[in-house]
Design a protein around this ligand. Structure first.
Ligand SMILES: CC(O)(O)NCCCCN
Ligand SMILES: [Zn+2]
Length: 680
């Protein structure tokens, strides 16, 4: 079922530009598209994509999100001369018109709809539309923020109308709030809009009160609008991942969309004159990866902003390369989210706890919290604050003013090349078991010599004579060796004893840090736990108990691993933050006998973990349980995991123990944090 990645681009959309002086608009230049597309061509990524032609949107399509009056007015712009264009532009904010912009705006919408058609009909799995003008600020009857028609809002309506999409997720990682999208779906529970954006307590453009975290949507749409305002600049990779793990992904998995749009603005990357953030281009590889198992992999990325031509081109390549299925780069040394980001995360989780069961036990606003907007809202029952609230809270510290000083040259390392090994998945199977198509049965170049046999027997088999086990262990270390040399990306092994295999592999790969994910009944081999070179995360129905060491983390689930909602919350809110922070060189996923994890969830877990360790994931399955082999191989081959469907609430006692774990572990593992340390 492995399918392609669409790339939709046409140089016609570079054929408009600012014709007069306007400091607010001068950064929106044709070169933004040119450098992005050229980088994709130069890196060889464009050739690996399915090239889909653009088309002009029809008027009917534009009217899915805009008024007739507005469309009629914009239709006149191609015939305007300069003065008329300037006068027309004055009606709107921070946007400019050009005789050819109407044509380009129709192409930008049409390109996005072409992407939707090809993804929704299964001609491709996912894709990216490289378009300008961008769309997420434009409103029913207004152009705004360089945007003329709202490409993604129109496309979401189009997907519902023409492709029977029931639940559409829009992830807006542009550094500006896409208020146009928020307005369009304000009361629509079938479209979940998520946006983070530079806000600085409403002092950053577009300076809207409704961009704050307490705007959750209205009427039937309450809860389906998630705003995460950045009240400081300089947000980095850890802040972005923390928002994904603790706000977006739990809600997105509960929502269970059948189509995902990314308002892919890259002004949230380092070096951007608008964003002033610190996140590096490679982070978009991880953000994309973390979204690719929603909606059966149907992800449509649509370019919005991005004004530093270097970080824009690099970030576009990181995104497309991940959509193509290449291994994600090692995340840079991650820490926890900064205090300001934690306040925003805490605010968003608290205001949404009444709408999303995955958040219902999120920490309540601290009673002694300084006169925060959040506490006041809590007192008013969490509804939106009174209009007069625009002033925000009295004590708020003066946000650090970002002096518009001369841009000092911000530099960052070029993202590392992401090499996909020639062989993706190797399976170590007993001769009897058949090998799923698409995979290669692993057999080492040569068998173990007598010395090797003796060593293995002595170290792991307690001198037993079982030659077959010696051979198996040897083959496992050979498979591991080829992964470490990046000749193989990932693998699967059917073994007689998962425990012994895990022990062997952790000690054999001492050169690297090994994340061992143990899903099901223990005991996890004790000798593993002593190794600091191994982080063991054990998910099972064990009774909550103190974690023996920083490197052995039991995640108790009352109802065991059969509880899909519980496992999902444990994976998103605990396992992934731990794994990203630990930054392993190898991920071992062990499925002990009688593991209860449901098939689709097992695939989700196998896929999500591939974002770590350059995709070096080795799955250990119990020899006599061949059922999971096919679905595991499918996930290892890069096929998207099936959608889990809308999730029910995780058990309150489980969420309680998750919160307890989080509080206990976050000193050692700060990426687990979801709330700012209480003000001293
Ligand atoms: C698409 C966008 O979000 O990057 N537009 C930003 C407009 C900024 C106006 N001050
Ligand atoms: Zn932007």
């Amino acid at each position: 079922m492995k399918m392609g990645t669409a790339l939709i681009y046409d140089e016609e959309m570079t054929k408009y530009k600012l014709l007069w002086v306007d400091p607010a608009c001068k950064i929106e230049v044709p070169e933004r598209l040119i450098v992005s597309y050229e980088a994709l061509v130069k890196s060889g990524l464009a050739d690996r994509c399915v090239s889909i032609p653009v088309r002009e949107a029809t008027e009917a399509e534009i009217l899915l999100a805009h008024s007739e009056e507005y469309l009629e007015a914009v239709k006149k712009t191609p015939f305007m001369h300069l003065e008329e264009l300037m006068t027309f532009t004055q009606k709107y904010g921070d946007v400019y018109f050009h005789p050819n912009i109407y044509h380009c705006a129709k192409l930008a919408v049409g390109a996005t709809l072409q992407l939707v058609d090809n993804v929704m009909t299964g001609k491709v799995r996912n894709g990216m539309a490289l378009v300008r003008p961008p769309g997420h600020h434009s409103q029913s009857s207004a152009a705004n923020g360089f945007c003329v028609f709202n490409n993604v809002a129109i496309a979401a309506q189009y997907a519902k109308k023409h492709h029977k999409a029931k639940r559409v997720l829009i992830v807006d990682w542009d550094v500006h709030h896409g208020q146009g999208v928020q307005y369009c779906f304000e009361d629509d529970p079938s479209v979940l809009y998520f946006s983070w954006h530079r806000y600085e307590h409403q002092s950053f453009w577009p300076n809207l009160k409704e961009s704050d975290f307490d705007n959750v949507g209205s009427g039937k749409g309450a809860g389906f609008n998630v705003n995460v305002p950045w009240n400081k600049v300089g947000m980095g990779n850890s802040d972005y991942l923390a928002v994904f793990f603790h706000v977006l992904l739990p809600v997105a998995y509960e929502f269970s969309p059948d189509l995902v749009f990314i308002c892919a603005g890259f002004d949230s990357a380092i070096g951007d004159p608008e964003g002033h953030m610190s996140a590096t281009p490679d982070i978009f590889a991880h953000l994309t990866h973390l979204l690719m198992n929603l909606a059966d992999g149907k992800v449509c990325a649509v370019l919005e902003g991005g004004y530093n031509l270097t970080s824009l081109a690099q970030s576009v390549c990181q995104t497309v390369q991940t959509l193509l299925g290449d291994p994600a780069p090692r995340p840079a040394q991650l820490g926890g989210a900064c205090e300001s980001a934690l306040e925003s995360i805490h605010s968003a989780r608290s205001i949404h706890k009444k709408y999303w069961s995955c958040l219902q036990h999120a920490a309540a606003p601290f009673p002694e919290e300084p006169s925060s907007k959040l506490r006041r809202l809590a007192q008013q029952g969490g509804s939106q604050g009174p209009e007069g609230d625009a002033g925000g809270d009295a004590q708020r510290e003066e946000p650090e003013k970002v002096e518009e000083k001369e841009e000092e040259e911000i530099v960052w390392p070029e993202p590392l090349r992401r090499v996909a090994p020639s062989l993706r998945s190797a399976l170590l199977l007993p001769d009897a078991a058949e090998c799923p198509d698409g995979c290669a049965r692993f057999s080492p170049a040569h068998g173990p010599g007598p010395l090797e046999r003796a060593r293995l027997r002595k170290s792991y088999l307690k001198e037993s004579e079982d030659e077959a086990s010696v051979t198996l262990l040897y083959n496992l270390t050979a498979l591991l060796g080829q992964m470490e040399k990046n000749e193989i990306r990932n693998g699967l092994a059917l073994v007689p004893d998962v425990s012994m295999a895990a022990t062997l592999l952790t000690s054999a790969s001492l050169s690297k840090r090994v994340l061992l994910v143990w899903v099901g009944e223990g005991p996890v081999p004790s000798q593993i736990i002593e190794e600091e070179k191994t982080l063991v995360v054990h998910i099972d129905s064990m009774e909550p108990h103190e974690a023996q060491s920083k490197y052995y983390i039991p995640i108790p689930l009352k109802k065991g691993c059969g509880d899909t909602a519980g496992v999902v919350q444990a994976v998103l809110g605990l396992l992934l933050p731990l794994g990203y922070q630990y930054e392993p060189g190898l991920v071992l996923l062990a499925r002990p006998p009688r593991c209860q994890v449901e098939g689709g969830l097992w695939q989700q877990l196998t896929c999500l973990l591939q974002g770590l360790a350059l995709g070096h994931t080795l799955v250990l399955l119990q020899e006599n349980e061949t059922a999971p082999v096919g679905i595991t191989a499918s996930a290892l081959l890069g096929n998207p995991a099936p959608s889990l469907g809308p999730l029910v609430a995780p058990g309150p006692e489980d969420v309680g123990s998750f919160e307890g774990l989080r509080l206990r572990l976050q000193t050692d593992w700060p990426l687990l944090q979801t709330t700012a340390p209480e003000k001293r």
